[in-house]
Write a protein that binds this ligand. Structure first.
Ligand SMILES: [Fe+2]
Length: 421
């Protein structure tokens, strides 16, 4: 068999990448106790321990069992426990009951990770014996999958900790809170000509199947805000009765606001919130005035210039209506991404778009087990673009499509405004 490039250095680089990504998951879990890592606060959010095991199961099932001759599973029963949603792989433990898995212990899950890591590294150490193109694609998928779960690990534990009246920090801040900005900056509108644009993944490098195929889209002339909507902006929406004015809301959104009693973003606390009194000296700050926001570093005063986060699509859309604007479509966002001078495109919060999570024209799911990775979720969800503070560095790109149902608000999700010209 001829290779178009020397394979050993590529395999060596992939082993290093594998070690790095796998270690990052353990590092994210390190500030958490075994009790923290077992808890599941709602059906949508999984325990840390489950994330650590499921990402391992993915490598075991998709890479090792089909491709590593003589591989012996760490524990055959884990196949039932840690399959997430792959119907082709048989029945599985119900998602809402992942928090009931006090066994296997965290130590056993760590041993499971070591067992699979050793087998993967041994497999990648003899690349000449493999169908390398297939192996490389599977490992890339497994690593990108693990990075997606790294973000979920953080969003899910943050939700779990938010349910604790003590509002404990995931990790204490290493320095003082950033100084509050006095006045939020005015939004600058960056005009885009629209027309026929190419969207979807282009070029070399990894992408998920949902970013393909690249295709043409027609955009009308539009303008997009040069920054994200920030907490100061959003506080004005609240003060202007934003959560009490049905004319600002989509019907489903208004029904959700009523049913859930939403009055502010998910992790904002009003000054008279009784939980603030429980923070005491452990909270690390004086008696608060105004909004407080719970985050990975615990409860801190709201920063007016920080991007607003933990918003549902419904809240993002209502804010845009109140602001006399709208959400960008995913293709407007993607086209603007490459235009210079647009700040905060990634690394802060995921940005809700006005686009349904649909297949692109000509979309075909990946072959084999991975066919269930994305395509079957393409109904009833909205696309988010960008990437958040919890997204591993380098994980996203301009064509990257995240997706959540419109009422979801436990992610690092916010918005950027757009409008017609
Ligand atoms: Fe997964």
């Amino acid at each position: 068999m001829m290779f178009s490039r020397p394979i050993a250095p590529v395999a060596s680089a992939l082993r290093e990448q594998f070690r790095t990504v796998r270690a990052a998951s353990l590092a994210l879990a390190a500030p958490l106790s075994a009790e923290d890592q077992c808890i599941q606060s709602m059906p949508d959010a999984s325990p840390t321990k489950w994330h650590l095991a499921h990402t391992t199961w993915f490598f075991e099932t998709v890479l090792l069992q089909p491709h590593a001759a003589g591989y012996r599973p760490f524990d055959a029963r884990f196949h039932y426990l840690f399959n997430s949603y792959y119907e082709a792989l048989g029945p599985r433990h119900p998602r809402p009951q992942r928090g009931l898995l006090t066994r296997p212990s965290l130590d056993e899950v760590h041993a499971y990770r070591r067992h699979v890591d050793e087998a993967v590294l041994a497999l990648l150490a003899a690349p000449e014996a493999l169908d390398w193109a297939a192996i490389e694609a599977i490992v890339a998928l497994g690593l990108n999958h693990e990075q997606q779960h790294q973000e979920l690990l953080l969003t899910d534990i943050l939700h779990a900790l938010s349910c604790n009246p003590l509002l404990p920090a995931y990790k204490p801040a290493s320095g003082p809170a950033r100084r509050l900005a006095a006045v939020p900056a005015e939004v600058r509108w960056l005009e885009q000509p629209g027309g026929t644009v190419e969207v979807g993944h282009a070029g070399e490098g990894f992408c998920f199947d949902n970013e393909t195929p690249r295709h043409a889209a027609l955009l009308r002339p539009y303008a997009i805000a040069d920054r994200l909507v920030n907490c100061g902006d959003f506080a004005q929406f609240i003060a202007d009765g934003g959560y009490r004015r049905p004319e600002l809301w989509l019907s489903d959104g208004w029904a959700t606001v009523q049913a859930q009693g939403w009055r502010h973003p998910a992790y904002w606390l009003e000054a008279d919130d009784p939980r603030i009194a429980t923070l005491g000296a452990g909270g690390g700050h004086a008696a608060p005035a105004g909004w407080q926001v719970f985050g990975l570093h615990g409860v801190r005063p709201m920063e007016a210039d920080a991007p607003v986060s933990q918003l549902s699509f419904y809240e993002a859309a209502a804010y845009a209506e109140w602001a006399g604007a709208r959400l960008p479509t995913e293709f407007e966002w993607e086209t603007a991404f490459d235009a210079p001078g647009i700040a905060q495109m990634s690394g802060h919060v995921w940005q809700w778009t006005r686009s349904s999570y649909d297949p692109y024209p000509g979309f075909r799911p990946l072959p084999g087990i991975a066919a269930e990775y994305n395509g079957k979720f393409m109904v009833g969800q909205l696309v988010l673009r960008g990437g958040s503070v919890a997204t591993p560095a380098g994980h996203t790109r301009s064509s990257y499509r995240n997706f959540f149902p419109p009422a979801a608000r436990w992610q690092f999700s916010g918005l950027r405004l757009a409008k017609d010209l």
